[in-house]
Write a protein that binds this ligand. Sequence first.
Ligand code: HEC
Length: 181
Amino acid sequence: MRVNIKKIIALLSIYAVGTLSLSASTVYLTEDLKLSEADVQSGIVLEKKDAVSSLKGFRKVDSTEIYATKNLSLKIADVKDSKIVKVSKKGDIEEVVLSLNIKEDKLSEDYYDAWEEREEIFLEKCSQCHASPEIGSHTMLEWEGLYLSMKGFAQPTPEEEIAILRYLKTFAKDGIIKEEE
Ligand code: HEC
């Protein structure tokens, strides 16, 4: 049997590209998780490398509450086991990295898998009277104020309020996910 060298080279290069892209990727957590080390909220952005997912965040020095951004506006996790926290910078606000073992079926490469439900609540509550507002044109802080001025109109339940605020802040101008057009 003659070996087709070209074919082998092609296969090898596909393999190389494949392993490269597998080494680290951005994934989204699709449901709230209570792990032994931390409670983690769905929708967050994780870096996945092999079996380990890592979560980057910020906190007040030694606090158990981890936020997505430096302004400590969007909480993403509660840490139970301080050993899992790696602090990479000191100051008033610490930058931290949590390494978590999260099962594959709880992760998705598409943010929409994690945010669909909250987007529906947002659309239901916030596009009855006007077109749904452009989330990316306001910051998290601006959304806190705008939301309060609209709360009386929208009449959300406490659960809906949490969902709407998390959705607004996550996709805000200074949020953690940029919506793809
Ligand atoms: C019952 C009707 C109603 C509902 C429901 C409603 N809005 Fe509004 N919204 C208005 C009206 C009326 C205005 C314009 C007058 C004003 O600014 O108060 C407005 C204006 C806005 C503006 C522009 C304000 C500005 O100053 O630029 C934003 C942003 C907004 N709404 C967001 C929301 C969000 C988010 C929700 C859901 C939580 C929501 N709205 C639900 C009636 C509504």
